[in-house]
Design a protein around this ligand. Structure first.
Ligand SMILES: [Zn+2]
Ligand SMILES: [Zn+2]
Length: 269
């Protein structure tokens, strides 16, 4: 396996230069992972498949789904891509490389775990700031246009928010100056995580059923259902920041109520 990855990597670095890989390669990879993981949830919602696992009963109209897609393409090309190009010199300055040998799995996984923890921390506070009156009204309300989120709404946000919270995504890699392959793995996992958090479905196989500190779709869906002043659940990936700072109380109460209701139903039967 390691040799397959290494030969694929050799092919990439002999055929493309550093800038092409870091900017265009990252952009292409991001678009592929994002749309391939997000589009199936639009199809699920339209076809009504697996609806017993849908968190909310309300469905989005095709027009609302299409608006999200066109806006995303516009922002990805006009905001994300220029942002990737502009941050390239900073990454280079901090030691990002794409050369062989590739880093070990130990280094890659430690760095990616560090990025998840740091991103979650920065995102939590940034997100809470976005829920203050002025910023919510003028910036963050765009992301909350979809009270019933679906996978692709994860990146549907005001350009100012893309820049603001994008910082949370790149601060870890900027500090550590990783290998490009580590950066790509981080990007893939982060996209899959945020698409899952917005997917609108809680399946028996959802990661949050197995990973105790992981938020997932049920956790973030709650954030979208409520009014901005009462939302809570501000974290991106984990649940402990909201627990530590008491912003998950409403969500926890709801969980208790739900499990009590389930128990009562069970007894009646
Ligand atoms: Zn929010
Ligand atoms: Zn969201």
């Amino acid at each position: 396996m390691a040799s397959v990855i290494e030969s694929a990597w050799t092919y990439l670095i002999t055929n493309f230069n550093d800038f092409q890989l870091a900017c265009l390669g990252s952009f292409f990879l991001h678009e592929s992972v994002f749309f391939l993981s997000g589009l199936p949830f639009i199809l699920l919602e339209r076809a009504g498949w697996l609806s017993k696992y849908k968190i909310q009963t309300k469905n989005n109209t095709p027009a609302a789904q299409e608006k999200c897609i066109t806006r995303l393409l516009l922002y990805h090309f006009c905001v994300n891509l220029p942002l990737m190009m502009a941050s390239y010199p900073v990454f280079k300055l901090m030691g990002m490389r794409n050369t062989l040998p590739l880093p070990s799995w130990k280094v890659i996984s430690t760095q990616v775990l560090f990025y998840f923890i740091l991103e979650d921390f920065v995102f939590y506070w940034g997100h809470r700031i976005l829920h203050t009156k002025w910023l919510y009204k003028h910036v963050h309300s765009v992301h909350h246009e979809y009270a019933t989120p679906f996978g692709l709404t994860s990146e549907y946000a005001h350009p100012a928010e893309i820049l603001f919270l994008g910082f949370a995504t790149i601060v870890g890699p900027i500090i550590t100056g990783p290998h490009l392959i580590t950066l790509w793995l981080w990007m893939i996992l982060r996209v899959l995580e945020t698409v899952e958090a917005h997917c609108g479905y809680h399946f028996p196989w959802s990661l949050s059923n197995f990973l105790p500190l992981y938020g997932g779709a049920d956790f973030h869906d709650y954030h979208h259902r409520l009014l901005y002043t009462k939302s809570g659940n501000y974290s991106s990936t984990f649940v402990y920041m909201d627990w530590l700072f008491g912003t998950d109380k409403g969500y926890r109460r709801l969980k208790v109520l739900k499990s009590d209701a389930c128990e009562a139903e069970g007894k009646e039967m």
